[in-house]
Design a protein around this ligand. Structure first.
Ligand code: ADP
Ligand code: MG
Length: 701
């Protein structure tokens, strides 16, 4: 028997070539298997029937039982509509149709009892139902009767072609008739039993046609668990495989470079968290296995320093290191920060980005190959074929949610043995995301800020309160502080944004006129040199205020700047606000972040602003961001493709199931690391078939 799940959807009763094409295009449903895993987005309780007297315009979906009669046409030529009375024992309400009128009038029989289902609305002052779903009572009872009705997402195009949620439900019904009894189990029997799961078949049936809320929750649990479990099993297996397959360079020496730096150059003590993380890293580097570690920590927690010390260990063992950053600005910033730390240490460090000049590039290529170049910092340019290392021992990747796992893998190709890999994220990411996006890595967390920092005070002002803000700024400047003012920059409306920035700049220079005050400006349209000069002025303390677009988000570390003013704060995402705020508070003075916004705020924007005002904890903010936006909207998730792969689980909501799935996957691999037990063969088969799936897993290499 051909795998029923592989059957082309066009062969399903009720589909055919035309509908198949629509399902392919609009829902990416190609096969029976695709349809059965096209899950409802919600369920509505259809056990309750209302009477016409109970219908109110503010109700969600309702259903009523009764007869339909007294058809009449109302409205003029342009707004012609069909109206009928719907009546039960208690009274009647109007049903209204605007299209498909002829067909409706012919198909509804006055003597029959119908179930009418829809969302009440008000039309011309009267409560009524517009285009409700109508079903013959007898048919309803004999057919797909279920107290919880599944609702499926459709598209405008599908609806136009009469494929609505109800039709999809009918297709699921037809499909289950065929598949019933033939749905293969995808987890080993012993596992299903041990975890007290329901069978895959029961789960699929009840996901679409739940008998009751209890079985529905069992069904969705089983399906979500399975989905997340296989992702975790795959990631953990990769992690395991890498550890056994690849030998890592052994960095056994702690030599002169690290010692000199630590004892002589570093002017402060490491935090306990930094010490702990460096220990974890050193354990990896000496283990003989390849390190694959994620370094998480809030903005300003001192990740760069940890990275640098790791680089010095590599250097002490005669290996080269490269740092790959997602943008030129960030690469440049790392280059500057690290060069700054290394001043006087005679270490050869260079920067390679898309805009590196040919002459410099040639030197880099040469010195990389003959081993003279010790640290190379750059962007994607590092992955280019022409970049060849003498002996690359360590790769540090600053991800900022931007590189995928695939790109990480590319740097490996440069060596016979894979270098050690340390991945840093610019902002904390929620645990569920970390487990999924970086599930194949070990994790180190810096959960402590360097001492002496006062928590940044965050306040929210409306644009109308600007004078107060100006007053505050003057006081700060008098006290010798510098101020950032940041304007949003969104690609789609660049022109408008620059206007905002220009207007802002003009009004700032008016409120803070020379010669008493000096204002710098930096934005993406300036030439790099101009930007640099402007930045330098501010850095050197020659200007009091820096007006900028978000280009400074990842850039500068200016200790004397203690005020960050974010204009149109409502237009920023939570993690971006947190990033920007992290630009101040680096010194020992009290710092402030002022969020400016209009008074017309969406409820989402209010939540974002409240969150950022309430807490400085990057991990908490990341969790809130995930909850507010949903996983699909987070950058890293989008690029990883995982959001598109997940059909039922939701990383924002199913954290507990995810943790459980990971624990179970760990347990399986603990007992059977290479999955060779006969009873575990089903896992192997599943992992393989998922790989061959159209769903693209190539990012998880
Ligand atoms: P991150 O990369 O995590 O945002 P950085 O490594 O850039 O943080 O560190 C932020 C600032 O704190 C830098 O100016 C750095 O020199 C300083 N710093 C780092 N670690 C310490 C420490 N242990 N004590 C004092 N200052 C530190
Ligand atoms: Mg940093």
């Amino acid at each position: 028997m051909a795998e029923p799940f592989e059957q082309d959807i066009k062969f399903l009763t009720g589909v055919g070539p035309k509908r198949a094409e629509l399902l392919n295009k609009e829902l990416q449903v190609f096969t029976f298997g695709d349809l059965i895993t096209y899950y409802p987005y919600k369920y509505i309780d259809r056990s309750k029937f209302y009477t016409t007297r109970e219908v109110r315009s503010n109700q969600a979906y309702i259903q009523i039982k009764g007869k339909i009669s007294n058809f009449r046409f109302e409205g003029g030529r342009s707004g012609r509509r069909l109206v009928a009375d719907f009546h039960d024992n208690e009274g009647h309400i109007d049903i209204i149709w605007f299209h498909g009128i002829k067909w409706i009038k012919e198909s509804i029989k006055p003597e029959k009892t119908y179930i009418v289902f829809g969302k009440p609305s008000i039309f011309q002052g009267k409560v009524n139902l517009i285009h409700p779903e109508i079903e013959d009572l007898q048919l309803h009872e004999s057919k797909i009767s279920t107290s919880l009705q599944a609702l499926y997402t459709t598209s405008e195009k599908l609806k136009k072609n009469y494929i609505n949620s109800r039709i999809i439900q009918k297709l699921q019904h037809n499909l289950l008739k065929i598949l019933k009894g033939k749905i293969p189990e995808t987890l080993p029997a012993y596992f299903v039993k041990e975890l007290n799961l329901i069978s895959r078949e029961q789960a699929l049936i009840n996901a679409h046609f739940p008998d009751n809320p209890d079985i529905l929750s069992k069904a969705t649990f089983r399906l979500k668990f399975e989905e997340l479990f296989y992702i975790q099993l795959r990631l953990l297996k990769q992690k395991e495989a890498r550890k056994t397959k690849f030998q890592g360079f052994v960095f056994s020496k702690v030599g002169k470079h690290l010692n000199d730096f630590y004892k002589i150059h570093l002017r402060f003590d490491l935090t306990e968290a930094q010490k702990r993380v460096i220990k974890e890293i050193r354990r990896d580097l000496g283990s003989g296995k390849q390190m694959n570690r994620l370094l998480q920590g809030d903005v300003g927690s001192g990740k760069t320093l940890v990275a640098l010390m790791t680089m010095l260990i590599a250097l002490d063992n005669d290996y080269q290191t490269c740092i790959m950053a997602p943008t030129e600005i960030l690469a440049f910033q790392h280059f500057k920060t690290i060069s700054g730390f290394l001043e006087g240490l005679n270490i050869n460090i260079r920067l390679l980005t898309g805009s590196t000049k040919k002459s410099e590039r040639d030197i880099i290529h040469e010195e990389l190959q003959n081993g003279k170049l010790q640290f190379l910092i750059g962007t994607h340019a590092l992955i280019e074929e022409t970049v060849m290392f003498h002996n690359l021992g360590l790769v540090i990747i600053d991800e900022q949610h931007r590189f995928g796992v695939a790109q990480r893998g590319q740097l490996w190709k440069k060596n016979i043995r894979p270098p050690h890999v340390l991945v840093m994220t610019a902002t904390p990411i929620p645990r569920t995301l970390a487990m999924t996006l970086y599930g194949d890595l070990d994790v180190s967390v810096i959960d402590e800020m360097p001492p002496g920092r006062k928590p940044i005070k965050t306040l929210h002002f409306f644009d109308s309160q600007r004078n107060r803000v100006f007053g505050f700024m003057r006081k700060q400047i008098e006290a010798g502080q510098q101020i950032f003012i940041v304007y949003p920059l969104i690609k789609e409306s660049e022109k408008m944004d620059y206007k905002d920035l220009e207007d802002g700049y003009i009004s700032i220079t008016r409120a803070f006129p020379p010669p008493k005050y000096a204002v710098s400006v930096v934005h993406g349209k300036m030439k790099p040199q101009e930007k640099e000069i402007s930045m330098q002025h501010f850095l050197a303390g020659r200007t009091h205020i820096m007006v900028a677009t978000t280009v400074i988000e990842v850039g500068v570390d200016i200790r004397n700047a203690s005020v960050m003013i974010i204009e149109s704060a409502e237009r920023f995402g939570l993690s971006q606000l947190h990033q920007l705020r992290g630009r101040v508070g680096r010194g020992s003075d009290q710092s402030y972040c002022l969020l400016m916004s209009t008074e017309k705020l969406s409820s989402e924007a209010i939540k974002r602003i409240e969150t950022i005002v309430r807490t400085n904890d990057g991990f908490e903010i990341a969790e809130a961001d995930l909850k507010l936006r949903g996983p699909g909207d987070l950058e890293g998730i989008q690029q990883s493709g995982i959001a598109f792969t997940l059909k039922i689980a939701n990383l924002a909501q199913d954290g507990q199931i995810l943790q459980y799935a990971r624990n179970m996957a760990e347990k399986i691999l603990e007992n059977d690391p290479d999955l060779s037990n006969p009873e575990n063969q089903i896992f192997v088969k599943q992992l393989k078939s998922q790989k061959n799936n159209r769903t693209n897993w190539s990012g998880i290499s």
